[in-house]
Ligand binder design. Sequence first.
Ligand SMILES: NC(=O)c1ccc[n+]([C@@H]2O[C@H](COP(=O)([O-])OP(=O)(O)OC[C@H]3O[C@@H](n4cnc5c(N)ncnc54)[C@H](O)[C@@H]3O)[C@@H](O)[C@H]2O)c1
Length: 322
Amino acid sequence: MKKVNVALVGVGGHGTTIRKAVKMCPDINVIAIYDINETLLEEASKEFNCEKFSNYEQLFELSDLNALIIATPNHLHFEQAYKALKNGKHVFVEKPITVKVEEAKKLVKLASSKNLILQVGHNTRKRKVFRKAKEILESKELGEIVSFEANISMRTGLGLFPKWKMDKRKCPLLPMTQLGIHFIDVVHYLFGEISEVFATARKSILKVEDTVIATLKLKSGVIGALSSSYVSGDAYELKIYGTNGFVICYLNRIEIWKANENKPMILNLPEDIESYVEEIKEFSDCIIQGKNPEVDGYVGLKNLKVIEAMIESIDKKTVIKV
Ligand SMILES: NC(=O)c1ccc[n+]([C@@H]2O[C@H](COP(=O)([O-])OP(=O)(O)OC[C@H]3O[C@@H](n4cnc5c(N)ncnc54)[C@H](O)[C@@H]3O)[C@@H](O)[C@H]2O)c1
């Protein structure tokens, strides 16, 4: 296969970023668009000069379709990805892989039994700051890693978010499902498996739990705290503490604070949509070369298991093993 023929499923919201990213991937050929919003469908099909569909099943009548890129609301991921895999198509699905762990397990099993690529859109670990943080941790310049503190919050919950992001059936742990999961994946990437969680949540402004805080224990012994809110001031910060200093990762900058030095080394690492381009390019490479992606269905499932453990922890007010 020289180029991968793709259908884009869900082309508004985050789908607009995916549209930009796809155009920067030379091995992707968009041949179809599916969305329930007529205006977006029209706009995107013109943009890619391709067919448009308002019936999902009809996509599978396209004999030359190889793969789907799904960027629809979370609760639709399972059914759409399952149907695509059943029809022999490779799948890139946005994070979270599904709403429920049981559903994610079914997708992972199906993709594996059919030898198809199932990739999940956890792009955050691919951001320059976290690639750099990984390098720093591997160089041991921070000494032994002891703990971390992270906060990923967006005030958009106060009015701008689509309604499904406030609905626990579609977005079970609200800000933690929608935002915090980015950092759950980063924690897995940087420090290894999360083994235990204890979480608490509050309805501070909204009628649903708009703020969640969890403590995490890792198999390596590292411990950390992760906060995520729909209503607090915007935050995007991961602090990693080692025996020789600490680093702070922001969206586009890293500060390295070495023990015994009174000012940090600052690395500015600006980026726009590079991490999205990288993940979509990886998707087409994996299909063409028969490789497994960095964030496959299994990694997506692992991230979702942490969310479910947090939900159980909040319900039972106790520590839960992941
Ligand atoms: N990786 C990231 O940085 C990132 C950022 C934002 C959102 N996301 C993920 O992307 C997904 C979409 O989120 P969003 O913020 O774009 O949501 P959104 O509600 O803004 O957009 C969803 C899109 O899906 C379409 N849609 C809705 N129902 C549909 C259906 N039944 N069939 C086909 N299309 C349908 C909508 O018309 C819209 O175009 C979510 O899974 C979210 O977690 C990822």
